[in-house]
Design a protein around this ligand. Sequence first.
Ligand code: 13P
Length: 255
Amino acid sequence: MNKAKRNVVIAGNWKMNMTPAQTTEFITALAPMVAGMDGCKIVLCVPYVDIAAAVAAANGTNIEIGAENVHMEAKGAYTGEISGEMLASCGVKYVIVGHSERRQYFGETDVTVNGRLKAGLANGLKVILCVGETLTEREQGITFETVSKQTKIALSGVSAEELANVIIAYEPVWAIGTGKTATSAQAEEVCKAIRGVIAELYSAEAAEGVTIQYGGSMNAGNAAELLSMENIDGGLIGGASLKTADFTTIVKAAQ
Ligand code: 13P
């Protein structure tokens, strides 16, 4: 299998932005702009409180809705958390796990990310697993070791069959929200290495089939070049996913 046969996924990560009313307005405006652009999957991962509005506004369009995290347990005394069953029952199709902001500010580890990833899969969600090195790790020359370890632990206990519902997002921490994008060569090099990790863990066939996104200051100006790389099958977009015109330009670049 080559790049042309893999699923390309352009996903927005809204982070802590947008009210339900703003969500309705945004998706209502975006839907006609991306109508017919079926060369990639179009996903918006939104805050929990915006999910109902997002699912309603995206109904009948080519936009699918995701969440930004999921708890590892099915139910119980976990104040402030949301289960996979709750998400699936609201019409959510995707979920992000392991975002560097969760690791950095909320104490998430490779082990909690593994639990959350498995909970997403168990509830029929497609899981976007984020991995990526910090600036210090890059400067120390341990980028590959870092993403390899994150990928291996996150996928422990995940079968080859389940892997079909996993998307990996390579997001170098130093490129997130900084306007400092990885060069297409830097991004390609690491995405290729991640594909190698999948080959090692599963099979060459699984590695060829897995969708690997790049994320980190991807925008309307640099998306086409990043998406042209052999091992980059989409993008996970923060800031530029909050602007309909910019997000549409990125979706168009993925056609
Ligand atoms: P920015 O596109 O704002 O850099 O954010 C990237 C990101 O963290 C997506 O998950």
